[in-house]
Design a protein around this ligand. Structure first.
Ligand SMILES: C[S@@+](CC[C@H](N)C(=O)[O-])C[C@H]1O[C@@H](n2cnc3c(N)ncnc32)[C@H](O)[C@@H]1O
Length: 193
């Protein structure tokens, strides 16, 4: 554990250096740590739960590339509604396509990870952070940005237990179904597919 980590990290936050430190259920994820964050060794922070949801860097970059290319030119703001440990927010900020990236995360320890990880990638000043419920924040603080924004959502999806489902159904996804997300996001503007 680095000095900085001891000083500032909330107790749920870790940077594991050795497999012996890693809880058994995230060891497979930790083995892929350099695929998840290529700068992992620079001190990337994650909570134990965040390992299950973080978007690996190459995939986050690809998503950022696709959205950059397909979003209408008048959309200049990217809102990452479920920022997690920052995998997607960092990629959006790095892409240089957006005047501003807004990142929302309701778990304060996970948000601390996202901010810290964005610093490692040199993009923390390109992102405005919100701690709280994205549905509330979209309707209050970010409402006026609706017309200029693309809202990206990487919601919780139930964890690795999904593997036993024959079909991963976006309409019954818990805790927020696709229909719920669609309805909520429609409140701030037109919703695309
Ligand atoms: C799948 S993870 C996102 C991972 C993220 N894309 C990344 O690469 O790190 C989903 C995140 O949404 C957060 N979350 C769940 N409900 C939320 C809500 N209503 N508002 C904001 N964040 C929420 C969870 O705490 C979790 O960190």
């Amino acid at each position: 554990m680095t000095e900085e980590l001891e000083e500032f990290a909330p107790p749920e936050v870790h940077h594991y250096n050795e497999i012996g430190e890693v809880p058994w259920d995230i060891q497979n994820y930790w083995k892929q740590r350099h695929r998840i964050f290529t700068k992992y060794e620079e001190g990337v922070w994650l909570t134990d739960d965040a390992w299950f949801g973080v978007t690996p860097e190459s995939i986050a970059n690809k998503i950022a590339e696709h959205i950059s290319a397909s979003a209408p030119k008048d959309k200049v703001v990217l809102i990452d509604a479920f920022a997690g440990a920052g995998g997607n927010s960092i990629a959006f900020a790095k892409s240089g396509r957006w005047k501003r990236v807004y990142a929302i995360e309701k778990n304060p320890a996970v948000l601390a990870c996202a901010k810290h990880n964005a610093k490692i990638y040199g993009v923390e000043s390109k992102i405005t952070w919100f701690e709280g419920d994205c549905f509330e924040i979209l309707k209050t603080h970010l409402k006026d940005l609706g017309a200029y924004s693309v809202v990206f959502a990487s919601p919780p999806w139930g964890g690795p237990g999904y593997r036993s489902d024959e079909i991963f159904n976006l309409h019954t996804m818990e805790p927020y179904s696709l229909d719920h997300l669609h309805k909520e996001y429609s409140a701030i503007g037109e919703v695309g597919g």
